[in-house]
Ligand binder design. Structure first.
Ligand SMILES: [Fe+2]
Ligand SMILES: [Fe+2]
Length: 385
């Protein structure tokens, strides 16, 4: 470990290296007399100076001590000046470097400037030139460090605001989702025995979408569409919705308007624009026999094709009033028969790969919760609340 030799002279004024501290300078010069004269001058200006005589000891000292500036006339013969500079900056990235050079190696000095040196002073120089060069380099360094610190603060602020914004968006998204779930429950409540119907299809659809490796945002859009798939029923008379007998031709035509009514309502709401496509196409069928547009195959929105499988499963299981293992097995067999006709074969494949007990768990969890909320409503009604 090299030791820096102290230069002479008392500390008089106090040019600062950073706030409240005089700048520390390492003078690296192979000539004893030269480095002592330079160091004495700099100390007389208020800087704290140490000296060393060759590149090895300079790097050694820098590794152990912090300096604001190095003034060096050393260009090691075994390495180019640029390599020495690179080593200095690697050890002390923020240090200001001033090269003292003779006319003969001015090219090395210019090259060093390109690689991060602050300045160079050509020999012979007078002390006035030296003090101006040092003070200018320290001022430049101060501004660079302040700028870096400002950038860091700015980046930290941006990062912290980004987290706050993300949290706020998360809460907003959760609120949207809860509102849509509440709306879908309100729509379901227009029909007897359809408690949990939409929520079950939504969760079946999500499970399928995960199996199909859809992204989180695609799944979110699809869920919104499924939750609101029958929102267009708002425009259909209650008498028609509640009719137990088969619908006549005119009634069928009227009923078939609900996807377009739903689309018109939702497509005007910015965050539901994409989900509105699912709503419009939720009665389209893979073989083109659906409505309202009679779309075929992959022309149908992926979310709507997933919905078709989930909805079919809900129809085949829930209509039997209990989602037993036997019902699920026979529903799976029937869905398999519809693969490539009413339903998309790729989605049916994924559906059949998911273990049947998973479908059962999803169904009973939602039905249990829906049942509880229904019981609460009946209880409230009985108590006159
Ligand atoms: Fe519908
Ligand atoms: Fe439905």
């Amino acid at each position: 470990m090299s030791t820096a030799s102290k230069a002479y002279g008392p500390l008089t004024t106090a040019p600062f290296g950073s706030i409240f501290r005089p700048a520390r300078i390492l003078v690296a010069d192979k000539e004893l007399l030269s480095r002592e004269v330079v160091a004495r001058k700099l100390e007389s200006l208020g800087y704290i100076c140490d000296c060393c005589e060759d590149s090895h000891s300079a790097l050694d000292i820098l590794a152990g001590h912090s300096y604001d500036l190095i003034l060096t006339d050393i260009v090691p013969p075994e390495k180019g000046g640029v390599d020495f500079l690179k080593n200095i900056l690697q050890i002390r990235p923020g240090i200001a470097v001033i090269l003292v050079t003779s006319d003969v190696n001015i090219e090395v000095a210019v090259d060093a400037l390109k690689h991060g040196a602050y300045d160079y002073i050509t020999k012979p120089f007078n002390m006035e030139e030296l003090s101006i060069g040092v003070s200018r380099a320290l001022e430049k360094r101060r501004m660079i460090l302040e700028n870096q610190s400002y950038q860091r603060t700015l980046e930290e602020q941006v990062a912290s605001r980004t987290v706050q914004l993300r949290d706020a968006l998360g809460i907003l998204e959760q609120t949207y989702h809860s509102t849509l779930v509440a709306l879908s429950k309100a729509l379901d409540s227009r029909h007897a025995d359809s408690e949990g119907h939409t929520l079950r299809i939504t969760v079946y659809g999500s499970r399928l979408a995960q199996a199909l490796c859809m992204s989180e945002s695609e799944i979110r859009v699809m869920e919104q569409g499924i939750l609101l798939h029958d929102v267009g029923n708002i425009g259909i008379p209650d008498a028609l919705l509640e009719k137990k007998d088969a619908l006549d031709e005119n009634e069928c035509l009227l009923m078939r308007n609900h996807p377009e009514i739903g689309f018109r309502i939702l497509s005007r709401i910015k965050f539901l624009e994409e989900s509105a496509k699912l709503v419009l196409q939720h009665h389209e069928r893979y073989n083109g026999q659906g409505y309202p547009q009679g779309l075929q195959g992959e022309d149908i929105h992926l979310g709507a094709r997933i919905f078709a499988v989930a909805d079919m499963f809900e129809t085949l299981t829930y209509s039997r009033f209990s989602c037993t293992a036997e019902n699920i097995e026979s529903a799976c067999m029937e869905i398999n028969k519809m693969s490539g006709t009413l339903l998309d074969p790729v989605i049916v494949d994924q559906f059949l790969k998911i273990p049947q007990h998973e479908w059962k768990e999803i169904s009973s969890n939602i039905t249990k919760n829906a049942g509880l909320s229904k019981m609460r409503r009946i209880e409230k009604k009985k108590n006159g609340n």
